[in-house]
Every structure is written in C-alpha cells, then in structure tokens.
Design a protein around this ligand. Structure first.
Ligand code: 4FN
Length: 248
C-alpha cells in the first residue's frame, strides 16, 4: 500500500512512521508513506498556504493553488488510487471502511489546517471525505495517522506474529475479554482461576462470555453489526436474563 500525505506539518509523522509495527512494515516495503509538504508548492516570498475567507468572518482558509499543485506532483497509481480528505464532514472511519480502503493500491491523504480547505479543492480533487470521530481537531494530520495505522494492519504480512486471537474478536465486532499476566496475585487481586485451569474449552467459553458481557454493558450498539454464532446467542440470552457467570 502506498500512502501520499499532503500536509503543512510533515514533521508530525516522523516518530510515528518509524516506530513499532508500522516502522517495521515500512522497512520491509509492505507500506510506503511519502510526505508531501504543501508549503513546497506555495508561491511568493512568504510561501503562504492560507488566506482570508471571501465574505469575511475571520480565520484562515487553505489556498487551492498549493494543494492543487501538491496533488499534481504525486505520481498516481493507474486507477487503483483514491484522494481522501480527512475532515469532520466525512463518513466516520470504522473497521469495515478500513477493510475496503485496504483494497486500493494508493491512498492520497489531504490534511486540512486552519478553518479548512478552499471548497473548490473539495469539489474537484477529492474522491472521498473521511472523519475519525466527532471532536474538534487543529488539523487532519492525526486523522491521516489513524487511517494509515488502521489500514496498514490489514495488509498481509504487516502484523506477522503479532496477529492475536484478540484481533479476531475485534473483527467479529465485539469488545475484548479481560487479560491477565504475571503475577498471579497483584495488590490482593487474583487472576480468575479458570485461566490457570489448563482447560482450554472452559477458557474459550469464559473469554467469549466476558467479551459478550462487556459488549452488552459498554457498547450494546456494536451488536447491530456483530457476527454472532448460535453459542453466542445462547450466552447472550443468559447474560440478558442476569444469570451469573459459572463461578469456575
Ligand atoms: N478538523 C466539528 C465540527 C466542525 C469543525 C470541526 C473541526 C481541522 C481544518 C477541519 C475533525 C474531526 C475529525 C479530520 C469539528 C478531522 C477533523 C477528523 C478536522 C482544521 C478544518 C478541522 C462536529 C466534529 C466536532 C477543524 C465536530 N477526522 N474542524 O475539528 O480536520 O479527520
């Protein structure tokens, strides 16, 4: 997957791109991220990328010219490429959207700053608008990083050994079960005995129950899209009736 990121703050990406799973994926050539500094395409002595809005009202708007020239400078992968504006007006990024986007060869990500980009960029150069959530941000850069991370993890080979069975429960649309590691007792709190029992079927059932319980308590909205097995439906039925967990 090739990402081209248009931003006036390319420095924001460097630590993030060099560390962890993504750093390794880039090293191994599975993911390629190119940073395009919009300011390099600005003109005049001050290389301005923003200007006052027509109609007044204060704040600044990103000029169309620099973004347009920055976009033209990006080498497009024939037909398998998409220009995305990170924007609060976009559809919300979710895991199904991440899967769909991971099927493209090149994603060109445009990050806004100030009050946003000139509407003529939006209407003529942008294929899609995507939002990472409903909160005010100072720019689209964090959105671009979130998008790059969510998509890169889906590219074959990127996760390597790090792919866990937890990942599978996320992909099924449920919250994760509680996790424990050593020591067996921490501040007087014990690890649930079932996890030490060595009974793998019992452990699987406990984890599934806890996944479903947490989803029911904290994110019941996730059930509208979750993929549930007949066993899940049975466990869920019992949880809803308030039948307590088997006490292991
Ligand atoms: N944000 C809201 C309503 C109106 C404006 C904003 C806002 C950065 C250029 C856009 C925000 C949120 C999720 C990019 C927010 C995102 C942005 C994103 C973003 C500067 C203009 C701006 C109702 C959502 C609170 C500033 C709501 N995902 N404007 O934040 O780019 O990607």
């Amino acid at each position: 997957m090739k990402f081209d990121v248009l931003t006036i703050f390319p420095e924001m990406f460097s630590a993030y791109l060099h560390l962890g799973i993504l750093g390794r994926a880039i090293e191994r050539g599975l993911v390629d991220v190119r940073l395009v500094n919009i300011r390099d395409f600005a003109r005049g002595r001050h290389k301005t990328t923003d200007d006052q809005p027509y109609g007044g009202g204060g704040g600044m708007v990103m000029k169309a010219g620099p973004i347009h020239r920055a976009l033209k400078s990006v080498e497009r992968v024939d037909g398998r490429s998409l220009v995305i504006l990170l924007s609060p007006q976009g559809r919300r990024l979710d895991q199904p959207a991440a899967w769909e986007l991971s099927g493209w060869d090149q994603l060109i990500l445009v990050c806004g700053r100030y009050e946003g980009v000139d509407e003529r960029i939006r209407s003529t150069c942008i294929d899609r608008e995507l939002s990472i959530g409903d909160y005010i941000l100072s720019g689209g850069e964090l959105g671009a990083m979130v998008l790059i991370e969510a998509i890169s993890r889906l590219i074959p080979g990127v996760l390597g050994g790090e792919r866990s069975n937890l990942e599978d429960s996320f992909e099924e649309g449920l919250l994760e079960y509680p996790q424990y590691t050593r020591p067996k007792v921490f501040n007087g709190k014990e690890v649930p005995p079932v996890l030490l029992s060595g009974d793998h079927e019992k452990i699987r059932l406990w984890r599934r129950t806890e996944s479903l319980r947490r989803t029911l308590e904290r994110r019941p909205d996730l059930f509208t899209k979750a993929r549930l097995t007949p066993e899940d439906e049975m466990i869920l039925g019992r949880l809803k009736k308030g039948i307590p967990e088997q006490s292991n």
